[in-house]
Write a protein that binds this ligand. Sequence first.
Ligand SMILES: Nc1ncnc2c1ncn2[C@@H]1O[C@H](COP(=O)(O)OP(=O)(O)OP(=O)(O)O)[C@@H](O)[C@H]1O
Ligand SMILES: [Mg+2]
Length: 353
Amino acid sequence: MVDQNQILGLLKTVVDNELNMDIVTAGMVRSLRVDGSSVYVNIALTSDKCPMGQKIKEEVEETIKSMEGVESVNIELSAMNADEQNALLEKLKERGSRAAAPAPPEKLPKKDIKQIIAVLSGKGGVGKSTVTSMLAVELSRRGFKVGVLDADITGPSIPKMFGVIEAPFVLEGRIIPASSKGGIKIMSMNLLLGGEEDAPVIWRGPLISSAIRQFFTDVDWAELDYLVVDLPPGTSDAQLTVLQLIPVDGIVVVSSPQELASVIVGKAVTMSKRLAVPILGVIENMSYVKCPHCGVQINIFGESRGHLLADGINTKYLGALPIDPALSKACDEGKIEEYTSDAFKAVAAKLLG
Ligand SMILES: Nc1ncnc2c1ncn2[C@@H]1O[C@H](COP(=O)(O)OP(=O)(O)OP(=O)(O)O)[C@@H](O)[C@H]1O
Ligand SMILES: [Mg+2]
């Protein structure tokens, strides 16, 4: 017995050249009946004057006859009614809008880097650079080859947290990144500014994107298991510039309990949609303090909202980090690699497994 679905599958190879669409998708196969070894098909042309009619008929006949078990093919040509024409019009419109959608901007090649994780936040000062550094340190402790790209070219934080002042140098046209005490490769605009770490860098968009391009392309990162990217704060434009160039695999969102969850949700969702990059999870930083005497947790900003935020973005909640004076001290003294925290270990375990 000849199978109807098999015939329909084969008829998808018959294309109406005027529509540039196969006759099944176009809704032109109005009826199909198999009776023993005979096949009866009704093909509805777009109009009774359709110039493609004869050609389509011949192709349909040839296609069905090529099937095993088919002895005769009876083809009737008809014309689409108004409903069928409208349905076809909708399909053509849908295809048109898909074709007209802007192509995603071209990203830089990924080089020898296995995973690129970008750290994003809704507003400044919530601990993006701190989380970037802690994540890099945790990955390095796990034995991975790690690099940090400080894409926030306006601030001094990353080199300062690692206590790195040595400038990257150029060898045979390649920029060799600086290295932390623990062997984490670091590239930051600040390292190129000769230690004037408080000098603000005021650059316009095109310059930012060419600096970032160089940081990624011309820097000899060699083989890396992970590159963690610290994104600039502020407007989503600066962050977009970076994310459109660098082939990021996933975004980690850092928030603080004072932030308006809805604002970050909207921003993160827009960002990841526009870039087709998944959000790996949400970390709530500076979520609470622990009393140094009795160890009780005090939610000075009220209830944690990290869960709500993660739900809103449809992603994992990775956990909360306390305000820890030992952390800010480690950052200030350039000793982030000596800092350990159970809360961050738990967050990293959720993120990295
Ligand atoms: N959990 C924490 N406990 C104590 N201090 C923290 C904590 N997280 C961050 N800090 C401190 O808060 C300050 C701001 O953090 P950080 O520079 O990481 O923020 P950011 O989001 O990168 O800021 P920007 O938007 O300016 O880049 C730093 O001095 C850092 O040491
Ligand atoms: Mg920062």
